[in-house]
Design a protein around this ligand. Structure first.
Ligand code: SAH
Length: 333
């Protein structure tokens, strides 16, 4: 039985002809009523996928230390915007804030802003960050531009739409009878003007307001050809054209393209494993284990390895940093 979103997409194709991969992704993820991110909390064991902050508290703690170091390098501005893009369940921000409690002046200076479109996840974020004053935005434009800014985004960019090309032709989704099919077979090249524009807009903010940005995602250090369009449901890969609106759609992020043409200081990309090791995640894990029960210590150890080992998240995931100029040297690169 096709769901309501599948019917909407087929109707659009019948009316307007084949639909681009980008338009398809935007609808499937962001349709106001039936879109994947609009309906549910997709994260965690019971959901469709598990992200780094959900794997271990070590992840958010390291990013917290990273942000506090940037703030100190900037001369401890009295007020700054701490913006997280696509905060999921709010776990990363909660861990960042807990880890930086003792950094004198940091919490007083930080105004927490969250960029989020999902009503279900906004609720989770409010719960996770209870007691902390938080403002939500659906667009970068409405985030304050009157003070320095530190921007974080984990697995945010991959949720923004991308396009596929075969030669000069854009790969589209068409109808063959009642079945959705791809047009154009051949070597596929992916491009994402939406991801590049988002990063450019953030970099323009850094230039105008001063500050730094950090994006973590799975993808390539160097641009490469290949089809990376994927759908994940219940921790399994599924067909991208089936169960529409009930599986997460993403593609790998092209980090080389992200850094192309930006007018700020670029750091990396490096692998997540290298980044977290450089920030001292192993030392932090040892400290946690000393104070923990045997079972807790095992959880810390497992989480650590899942985050940094090359056959886990350590190599597939990459990290890129941006600062307004070279006077700030972000840790971890
Ligand atoms: N950073 C979180 C969640 C990653 S999932 C974590 O690491 O656990 C992607 C997140 O981006 C979700 O919170 C989703 O609702 C949000 N998102 C997706 N598209 C968005 C858009 N266009 N604008 C703002 N948020 C978006």
């Amino acid at each position: 039985m096709p769901g309501p979103l599948e019917d909407i997409i087929k109707e659009k194709i019948r009316e307007n002809g084949p639909m681009s991969v980008g338009a398809f992704m935007e609808l499937v993820l962001g349709h106001p009523e039936h879109g994947y991110y609009m309906k549910q909390d997709p994260l965690g064991q019971a959901g469709d996928f598990v992200t780094a902050p959900e794997v271990s508290q070590l992840f958010g703690e390291m990013i917290g230390v990273w942000a506090a170091d940037i703030w100190m390098q900037m001369g401890r501005p009295e007020k700054f915007t701490l913006l997280e893009c696509g905060p999921g369940r709010g776990t990363l921000m909660a861990d960042m804030l807990r880890a930086t409690k003792k950094v004198q002046g940091f919490h007083d200076a930080a105004c927490v802003h969250l960029l989020e479109v999902s009503p279900a996840l906004k609720e989770k974020q409010a719960e996770a960050l209870g007691g902390i004053e938080v403002r939500w935005h659906e667009e970068l434009e409405s985030v304050p531009d009157d003070c320095p800014i530190i921007v974080i985004g984990n697995e945010f960019l991959d949720a923004l739409p991308f396009q596929q090309f075969v030669g000069e032709q854009e790969r589209m989704i068409a109808l063959e009878g009642e079945a959705l099919v791809f047009t154009h077979d051949g070597e596929i090249v992916e491009k994402s003007p939406a991801r590049c524009k988002f990063v450019w807009d953030v970099c323009a903010r850094l230039k105008a307001q001063q500050g730094a940005a950090l994006f973590i995602d799975y993808g390539y250090l160097k641009s490469a050809a290949g089809d990376t369009f994927q759908a994940v449901k219940g921790h399994e890969y599924v067909d991208v054209l089936s169960d529409i609106g009930n599986a997460d759609l993403t593609s790998h992020v092209d980090f080389e393209a992200l850094a192309c043409g930006v007018d700020v200081n670029v750091c990396g990309p490096v692998t997540q494993g290298a980044f977290l090791r450089n920030l001292g995640i192993e030392t932090r894990a040892s400290m946690l284990k000393q104070k923990a029960s045997e079972q807790q210590a095992e959880t810390v150890e497992k989480g650590l390895h899942r985050l940094i080992d090359s056959d886990q998240m350590g190599a597939l995931f990459k990290v890129i940093g941006f600062t307004h100029d070279k006077s700030i040297t972000p840790a971890g690169f």
